[in-house]
Ligand binder design. Sequence first.
Ligand code: SF4
Ligand code: SF4
Length: 90
Amino acid sequence: MSYVVTAPCFGCKYTDCVIVCPCECFHEGEQMLYIDPDQCIDCDACRIECPVEAIFHEDEVPEKWREFIALNREMSVKTPSITEKQTPLV
Ligand code: SF4
Ligand code: SF4
């Protein structure tokens, strides 16, 4: 099981989520962040930090965003790890 970043993250990159993760799960794509499901320990810390509620437990991802479960797995191995908060893009 893992937590999953979904559509509301597009273009955000406040990255409040990143600094609370104890396992360095987050990876930075061009448009959004992804969680490496093999690193995530389901601690729930990131979900409550995200101001736009983009993060869900895998079992609670809304139906319309289910494809993000596979996308996080796929993209987290293709993108660099991010562990520090960044300045928002917008
Ligand atoms: S805080 Fe939320 S919207 Fe912002 S980068 Fe993290 S997951 Fe994405
Ligand atoms: S649930 Fe915990 S371990 Fe998983 S990505 Fe969020 S902060 Fe990291």
